[in-house]
Structures are given as C-alpha cells and as structure tokens.
Design a protein around this ligand. Structure first.
Ligand code: IPE
Ligand code: IPE
Ligand code: MG
Length: 235
C-alpha cells in the first residue's frame, strides 16, 4: 500500500454547534461546550497524524451579531479553555497562536490568549492557529494597511510586494491551507482565510462539529489523499 499523503496545513470551519444542541433540546451554549471538547481531541489527533498546522475558525468578526448572551458565553468558554484545557495541547508540544483582530475583544479574553501564546511559544511539534474575531477580508485589508505604512516608511519597495512578501503582512505568516474542512452541511466559506485557501482541497460534511471525531477526521484525510492536485499544471 502506498503511504498516505498527509496535508501539512488543515483548516476547519467548526460549524453546527448550535444545531447539535437544539436537536437535543439543549441551549446553544451546550453545543459550544461540546464543540470545545471536540476541538481539543482533534487538535491532538491531527498532530499525531502528522498535520503540522491546524487552523480553526473559532469566532468570526460577524459572530458579534449574535445575542450578547451567546457572545459572552463563548468568550467565557474561550478563557476557560485557554486557561485550563490547553494543558494537554501544550504537553503534546503544540504551539498555540491566534489570527484575528484584537479589537473589540474583552481584556480578559486577550489576557488568556496572550498567556497561552506565551506558554506554548517554544513548542515545536506543530501549530494550532485559532482564528478568533477573525475575518478574511479584514485580514487582507489589515495587511494592505500595514504594507502602506511600511511603503511610506521606506521599509518595503513597490517592486518587493509579491505573493510571498504579502503573506508576511497577514496575521500569521503561514503556508497555504492544503485541506479545508467545513462541518454541518453548509457549502460556504464564511470569510475564512481567503488568501490561504486559493488552492485548498475542500471537504464538506453534514456531520455537526461536536460529532466530528477522530474517525470523521480520518475520512477527510482519506478524501484528501484521493485528490489530484494540479496547481494549474497540465496532467
Ligand atoms: C459554530 O457553530 C460555532 C461558532 C460560530 C462560534 P454555530 O454556533 O454557528 O452553530 P449553528 O450553525 O448555529 O448550528
Ligand atoms: C462560521 O460559521 C464561523 C465559525 C465557525 C466560527 P457561522 O455559523 O458564523 O457562518 P454562517 O453564518 O453560517 O455563514
Ligand atoms: Mg453556524
């Protein structure tokens, strides 16, 4: 049997927490709690399978449109997760980083994010990139502004702006996403990593994120493995 090709960078749009809870007659928050447990297990499993970078969509800039009850629950859950639950991820040698705008996140959320970033900064086994208060168009706009400043300050010349140097102005200078997974049966990107997914293989599944376990992740890996990536080349 040929050895399996493992994607270097996997992105997950972790969707369907609310529906998972509603289906069980529970509050949406119960779905978010269950989803956070799924994420912890998946992050460790993906790393064990050889995925070096896992980017997960935890909260979009547009998710602030939700009720303050739901937003506050999620923020409290993030703090709890970053303060306690991430110890296993740290033990596995996974470095935690964040992508997104800091404003208007609560100070206590920012503190918890900074703490886990600092705590895991020397870990070398892999990267968990948590996209929190993240928007993809926002990321590109923010990068363009930073380039404009560097251009005005003579730090970068017009001719030096290309795909690679532009990438360095994004929230994190990561390689492209190889495999993008979206759970819960929605066939859209919802503003997730547009610059990084231009040649990603897409995997959509009806499974709701809290139920997206190791076995389901393995199916996504198998699907990726069966794809013929051409990057514009002729066969
Ligand atoms: C994803 O689940 C989690 C976040 C967006 C924070 P949802 O909360 O969007 O769940 P559904 O889509 O309503 O089921
Ligand atoms: C995308 O899910 C954002 C996250 C998973 C954090 P949404 O549930 O917010 O996306 P839409 O509203 O269905 O497009
Ligand atoms: Mg959703």
């Amino acid at each position: 049997m040929n050895e399996m090709r493992i994607p270097y960078h996997v992105g997950i749009i972790m969707d369907g927490n609310g529906r998972w809870a509603t289906k069980r007659g529970k509050k949406r928050s119960a779905g978010h709690l269950e989803g956070s447990k799924t994420l912890e297990k998946l992050a460790i499993y993906a790393n064990k399978r050889g995925v070096k970078i896992l980017s997960v969509y935890a909260f979009s800039t547009d998710n602030f449109k939700r009720s303050s009850e739901e937003v506050n629950y999620l923020m409290d859950l993030f703090i709890m997760q970053f303060n306690n639950k991430m110890s296993k991820i740290d033990k596995e040698g996974i470095r935690v980083i964040f992508s997104g705008r800091r404003h208007p996140l609560r100070e206590d959320v920012l503190e918890a994010m900074d703490k886990i970033t600092e705590k895991t900064k020397n870990n070398k086994n892999g990267i968990l990139n948590i996209c929190l208060n993240y928007g993809g168009m926002e990321e590109i706009v923010d990068a363009a502004k930073k380039i404009a400043i560097d251009f005005a300050d003579d730090v970068i010349k017009l001719d030096d702006i290309d795909k690679q140097s532009f990438n360095k102005y994004l929230y994190q200078n990561l390689p492209p996403v190889d495999l993008l997974i979206r759970t819960s049966g929605e066939y859209r990107i919802s503003n997730f990593m547009p610059y990084q997914i231009t040649y990603s293989e897409f995997y959509f599944t009806d499974v709701l994120f809290p139920d997206f376990n190791e076995k389901e992740f393995e199916k996504a890996l198998e699907s990726f493995n069966s794809r013929d990536r051409r990057f514009g080349n002729a066969k």
